[in-house]
Design a protein around this ligand. Structure first.
Ligand code: 4NP
Length: 149
């Protein structure tokens, strides 16, 4: 299984989802791969936001190997699941899909914790709340693994 975590900037939320899933893949010995991307290319090549680096570090996770990149149409070919953080990521990604099979790969992360509720991981870039965002993402990633393993 190849999973792509997607948010707007690929510097705050999706790098946390990427790092948390990467750790679980290793710890649970899963034959999975994970990467992350942003629907905007605004932070192309940048490290994750310092606040995401910090909250990850507080949870024993190093995400400083990651660099931001933009989501592209090719990602629909390369990944089995495209996991987005909010409804705006969902519509931005969906607008690049070529067919229903590609659209069906797009999932809202928090639906793994709250099925059918279409909840968003709030964007912490302007208003903070990184510890809360970390725990929401961690819960949902663990539920995603249970769902697909
Ligand atoms: P992310 O957060 O989508 O979780 O990476 C954001 C990062 C950057 C911006 C917005 C949200 N920005 O406006 O540059």
């Amino acid at each position: 299984m190849k999973i792509l975590m997607v948010c707007l900037g690929n510097i705050c939320r999706s790098p946390l989802a990427h790092g948390i899933l990467e750790r679980e893949i290793q710890m649970q010995n899963l034959d999975w791969e994970v990467d992350s991307a942003g629907t905007s290319g605004w932070h192309e090549g940048e490290l994750p936001d310092q606040r995401s680096i910090e909250v990850a570090k507080e949870n024993g996770l190093d995400i400083t190997n990651q660099r931001s990149r933009a989501f592209t149409k090719k990602d629909f070919k390369d990944f089995d699941l495209i996991v987005v953080m909010d409804s705006s990521n969902f519509s931005n990604v969906k607008s690049l899909a070529d067919n229903e099979a590609e659209e069906a790969k797009i999932k809202l992360l928090l639906n793994y914790s709250y099925p059918g509720e279409n909840r968003a991981v709030p964007d912490p870039y302007y208003h903070g709340g990184f510890p809360k965002v970390y725990s929401m993402i961690e819960d949902a990633v663990l539920n995603l693994i249970k769902h697909h393993v």
